[in-house]
Design a protein around this ligand. Structure first.
Ligand code: GLN
Length: 485
């Protein structure tokens, strides 16, 4: 049963072939076994999950079930969930039980979905390997000596290991797409503003966006239908009419113009990843697409620009963790200032501190113009490159990550190497565009490769169509790690 997609589970529940309680029990058992070995979850609460499942079964029996009523999913531990420990992967929030639901969690609950637990993540979503979590690393189910990517690594590994049919994630610079690529699943970062950030613990607010992680494009659309929508509690949430993101799935791809940015295929791309992406592009040609060369001349600036802007926003957002209102507080201190200092020294890990220091520096008097303002200007140039590229093509394709999963510890001593893991994903966040990753093959060692598909603003339905047609013609997305299916 746990090998089923979200769509299949939805169909089975509708046909009465299984109950939501059975599903919740089945997944919870797996989470307590394999899930523990992989470190995927920070919190599970079987009683809570089963109570939700019972309510979903009752709702179905009463005749008012929606497509996802009774279907289980996991939430990244960055989303506040009423009554659940919500840690953001940090010691700072290791004792924080949220008194309310994030918009995304509330929407999933309202749809009747069942929360299986809260997934492990890099501390405050800062990382590309899920090694900065206070609760320990997550292991990649394809090879347990390798990382699952980050920061939504727990969600990605859980979906890949069939511990959940789908999960929520967040993507500030690649944290949905890169772990999706490294674990052989699908992940979508929507257009900025499509999904409310209310109750999603803030990292870099102008970049953060929540999105679905699942095993097929169709499943991503089903979940996005639930997650997206206007929310007056987030001032950047967009007021747009509701849409069915799966409405175009069946459209043939004849005439589709696929843009390949030459900057995506330059130095630094591993040969295995390149081969798999080339083969995926060849498949798209077979499906009727035409390929055009495009250029994103400022893409090389995206990592440096991001590492000015994201830390700047983080240093401001994370100032709220001061030991006064919630979360960790140092046990011993002399006065208020000492309490702040000790609390923050104890509560934050090394990577978070590094970001706070960089952010405070680039915002400080005398450096603000040289770094922060300049990075904002470059951000605009990067966004304009995409506007130009989309005059020539309907979607952009390339690799999601320059390499497949790397070994645990391999990059932890070298922050810049770690930061370069997001070289193909970060520009999309800076531009506010939607991007997704779908599996498109394996490297020589049997580790999954992700194909990145970038769409124009609000073009999620087209992107899902483009991914779905590929998934009808190929079976990469159905492959499971050994011993898992
Ligand atoms: N890896 C990037 C970082 O560390 C992106 C993280 C994210 O998207 N949350 O900031």
């Amino acid at each position: 049963m746990s090998n089923a997609t979200l769509k299949e589970l939805s169909d089975r529940l509708a046909a009465g072939a299984c109950s939501s309680v059975e599903l919740a029990q089945d997944y919870t058992n797996k989470i307590n076994g394999l899930g523990k070995d992989l470190g995927c979850f920070i919190t599970v609460d079987a009683e809570r999950s089963l109570a939700q499942a019972k309510a979903a079964d009752a709702r179905r029996a009463a005749g008012n079930a929606g497509p996802l009523t009774g279907v289980p999913l996991a939430h990244k531990d960055i989303f506040c969930a009423d009554g659940w420990l919500t840690t953001c992967g940090s010691r700072m929030l290791s004792n924080f039980v949220s008194p309310y639901d994030a918009h995304v969690v509330g929407r999933c609950n309202a749809a009747g979905m069942v929360t299986l637990g809260k997934t492990n993540m890099d501390e405050f979503a800062m990382g590309s390997s899920n090694e900065t979590s206070f609760f320990g690393p997550v292991r990649n189910p394809w090879n347990r000596d390798t990382v699952p990517g980050g920061s939504s690594g727990g969600s990605a590994a859980a979906v890949a290991a069939r511990l959940a049919p789908a999960a929520t994630g967040t993507d500030t610079g690649g944290s949905i797409r890169q772990p999706a690529a490294l674990t052989g699943i699908c992940g979508l970062k929507p257009t900025y503003g499509l999904v409310s950030r209310y109750g999603m613990i803030a990292f870099a607010s102008s970049l953060d966006q929540a999105g679905p992680m699942a095993r097929s494009a169709e499943d991503l659309g089903l979940l996005l239908n639930v997650m997206a929508g206007h929310d007056p509690r987030d001032s950047t949430s967009l007021e747009r009419p509701a849409e069915d993101y799966n409405r175009n799935l069946a459209q043939p791809l004849k005439g589709l113009r696929v843009g390949l940015p030459r900057e995506f295929f330059a130095d630094g791309l591993s040969a295995d990843v390149r081969r798999a992406v080339d083969e995926a592009v060849a498949e798209y040609r077979k499906l009727g697409a035409t390929v055009v060369d495009v250029s994103l001349p400022n893409m090389g600036l995206s990592v440096p620009v991001y590492y000015v802007l994201a830390p700047a926003e983080a240093s401001s957002n994370l100032s709220r963790f001061d030991g006064v209102r919630y979360g960790h507080r140092a046990a011993e201190y002399t006065d208020l200032m000492d309490m702040y200092k000790r609390t923050r020294a104890e509560g934050f890990g090394a990577e978070v501190k590094r970001r706070i220091l960089i952010g405070t520096y680039v915002l400080s008097h005398g450096y603000y113009d040289a770094y922060y303002i300049r990075a904002q200007k470059l951000r605009r140039l990067i966004a304009r490159d995409f506007v130009e590229a989309f005059k020539q093509c309907d979607v952009i394709m390339g690799p999601t990550s320059p390499t497949t999963a790397f070994r645990l510890g391999e990059k932890s001593a070298d922050p810049v190497q770690m930061y370069l893991s997001d070289i193909y994903t970060i520009a999309v966040n800076l531009a506010g565009l939607p991007g997704m990753s779908i599996p498109c093959g394996f490297d020589g060692g049997g580790l999954p490769v992700g194909l990145q598909i970038i769409g124009n603003y609000f073009d999620e339905a087209r992107m899902l169509n483009v991914a779905h047609q590929y998934q009808l013609a190929t079976d990469w997305h159905r492959r499971a790690p050994q011993g898992v299916a």
